[in-house]
Ligand binder design. Structure first.
Ligand code: ADP
Ligand code: ADP
Ligand code: MG
Ligand code: MG
Length: 625
């Protein structure tokens, strides 16, 4: 059998090598690969190596295997044999153009770049690990793309411009005849300026010290300090030290810092993470105003309502996370987001998901029909400087209740009271049930691997049900060997949501579960939560800021209103429409539904629909009936 497969591979390779373009790439996940533990199983079993070819060799420096993509015939034996699932051999679609950038041998490869448009915002939509941030680093001039030729080094770092070095001239030559030729030419010789707000805002305090006000004043090349500080609601933090800012404050500071500077091109990487709905829409306003004053703007965003309100056009990224990413053609914002929701890109003829995302408008459970699972009396909680009042409420079996409202309005406090992490000042949970709780801030202090963490904290870990219902949908298998401390924000979030769901409980409470997740992962989380609570006849309470996600998942909802940081009032769980209407009335924002996909869309302020819906008190439009 082995000889047969060797012969097969040999012929396969012969034909394969006669082509001139790589149609297959091999990806090695460095964090999963552990040659010390397996002693290079991949090399032992590789048919090429057995035929004395250097198909897989050991990298001198990293001591990890290096797979030769010229010699590899794609038989897949190493992929199957690797005990850590670290190797992925990917057949690329036939229609791809030349690559734009490759991070190295057996590393991620990017195909295509989006279009920049003067006076417009171009949105980028796609899963994590698909090259979105890489694109912004290239277009802002931080990374010189190597056009797939990863053996050359960046010529800027002490290089002498020799053949083995990368420089902008090669890139400009590559894009000859296209708009990007002029773009990179002007960018490299300093004729145009690009500003980049990076995704990693929590790193900000490491690089910038001091107080907020002097920093922003110093950057105010456009003379817009007062306007932008006002729009982003930064007044209260102007005298604060940057190192003391919360995540949401840092995000708004970073957006302000970028928008105050004078440039031709502005790039925003995930500008809404950490922000509440009203702050998201304020950020949208500030970023859009750059385009309206004639600048070219590009933004990566996972919150579909914000992306929709922000962009004129979108590019969708597809491929394999961590393997390769392809930039779709430019689409109008409505058509592009709808194509993403439907899971099919018509022009590219690419299916990106088996099924469309369906927005069904569920009739809320009538109060007299709901079977009460848990209930609480009127509750008050007083902190020094902040007080919360919650109306008495009930949560029914089999339902998902969402909770939303500004940052600093008491949502987390309420969740903690429900989960008995803190005691209320007055009132109580009078119908108590077993609760499984995921907090807002994710702790990564655990010493050990993800598998150890699951073994310790996931109560059903090891069961077949856990494997099929939780491990698989959250793609945790690929994380098992990683140290918990090395997980990215999105990976940690998936793990914590999974662990919360694995507990045997009747009420599952999730505080901001979509933070750091991409659209696909948000959807999977929503589906998995629903499946598990229904199978257990349980319920879930979910605090979140993503309106499209809330719309997709809610049976009923509660809204928190009042003065952030001073006093909050929580309504009891009611119909989603009522909660949304209350919430949006305060924000003076209306939502309509997309005719085709039924997803919620923000109306332009003072547009015909906005005025009409406001006159009817229909801030949140539910259906045509
Ligand atoms: P996204 O923003 O879509 O999540 P990124 O552009 O950050 O994706 O990354 C795409 C892929 O490239 C990921 O698999 C990531 O691990 C990899 N990658 C990013 N930066 C580097 C680097 N400096 N060296 C090697 N691989 C990298
Ligand atoms: P949200 O989750 O809606 O953003 P939180 O419930 O976290 O709001 O906080 C509401 C308010 O209560 C904030 O102003 C916060 O600073 C304050 N707060 C929360 N916990 C405490 C505490 N333990 N002591 C004092 N104030 C607190
Ligand atoms: Mg990114
Ligand atoms: Mg909170």
């Amino acid at each position: 059998m082995f000889i047969v497969s060797l012969l097969f591979c040999y012929f396969f390779k012969y034909f394969y090598l006669s082509g001139d373009k790589l149609s297959r790439i091999s990806i090695l996940d460095q964090s999963r690969c552990q040659p010390k533990k397996c002693n290079y199983t991949c090399i032992d079993y590789c048919p090429g190596v057995r035929m004395e070819e250097d198909t897989i060799v050991i990298d001198e420096k990293s001591k990890k295997p290096l797979i030769s993509e010229e010699l590899c015939n794609g038989c897949g034996i190493c992929t199957n044999r690797c005990p850590f699932k670290a190797i992925n051999v990917i057949n690329l679609p036939e229609t791809l153009d030349d690559p734009i950038h490759r991070y190295g041998q057996n590393k991620f490869e990017l195909f295509g770049l989006p279009t920049v448009r003067k006076g417009n915002v171009v949105g980028i939509l796609g899963p994590n690990g698909m090259g979105k941030s890489t694109i912004l680093r290239i277009l802002s001039g931080e990374l010189i793309p190597n056009l797939g030729n990863y053996e050359i080094t960046d010529g800027r770092n002490g290089g002498n411009g020799g053949i083995g070095e990368n420089n902008w001239d090669k890139v400009i030559e590559h894009f000859k005849g296209s708009e990007l030729q002029q773009y990179f030419k002007n960018l490299s010789n300093g004729e145009i300026k690009a500003i980049h707000k990076s995704q990693m805002i929590d790193q900000l305090p490491k690089f910038v010290k001091g107080k907020v006000k002097p920093l922003l004043l110093n950057l105010d090349e456009r003379g817009k300090f007062d306007e932008i500080v006002d729009d982003l609601d930064l007044k209260n933090v102007l005298d604060r030290e940057i190192k003391h800012l919360s995540g949401g404050e840092l995000q708004r500071l970073a957006i302000a810092a970028a928008s105050l500077r004078e440039a031709d091109f502005y790039y925003f990487d995930e500008p809404t993470s950490w922000l509440d709905v009203s702050q998201r829409l304020n950020a949208v306003k500030v970023i859009r105003s750059l385009a309206e004053s004639g600048k070219s703007v590009m933004a990566i965003e996972h919150d579909l309502a914000s992306l929709d309100a922000l962009s004129d056009y979108v590019h969708v990224l597809y491929g394999e996370p961590g393997g390769y990413g392809v930039v779709s053609g430019m689409k109008g914002v409505r058509v592009g987001i709808n194509a993403y929701i439907n899971g099919f890109l018509k022009e590219e003829n690419v299916r990106i998901r088996k099924n469309p995302i369906e927005f069904t408008i569920r009739p809320p459970t009538a109060e007299e029909e709901g079977e009460v699972l848990s209930s609480y009396t009127n509750i008050e909680k007083d902190f020094k400087g902040f007080s919360l009042e919650c109306d008495a409420g009930e949560i029914y079996h089999d339902e998902i209740v969402t909770a939303f409202g500004s940052n600093g309005i008491g949502k987390t406090t309420f969740a903690k009271i429900l989960a008995e992490k803190i005691k209320p000042t007055t009132g109580k949970v009078d119908k108590k049930v077993e609760i499984s709780y995921k907090g807002q801030y994710l702790d990564s202090d655990f010493e050990g691997r993800v598998e150890d963490y699951l073994y310790t904290y996931a109560s059903s870990y090891g069961s077949n049900l856990f494997k099929s219902e939780i491990l698989k949908p959250f793609s945790l298998e690929e994380l098992l060997e990683k140290n918990l401390k090395d997980l990215s924000g999105g990976e940690l979030q998936r793990l914590m949501v999974a662990v919360t769901l694995s507990q045997d409980a009747q009420l599952y409470v999730f505080d901001e579960p979509t933070a750091f997740l991409d659209v696909e992962q948000r959807l999977i989380a929503a589906k998995t939560i629903r499946k598990i609570i229904e199978s257990k006849n349980a319920a879930a309470l979910i605090i979140d800021h993503d309106i499209v996600f809330i719309d997709y998942i809610s049976d009923r909802a509660m809204v928190f209103y009042g003065e952030p940081g001073l006093n909050g009032i929580a309504t009891k769980p009611t119909a989603l429409k009522d909660a949304m209407n209350k919430f949006l009335e305060d924000l003076k924002i209306t939502f309509r539904r997309d005719k085709e996909t039924k997803r919620p869309r923000v109306n332009k302020f003072d547009s015909y629909l906005d005025r009409e819906q406001k006159s009817k008190n229909e801030y949140y439009y539910i259906s045509d009936s």
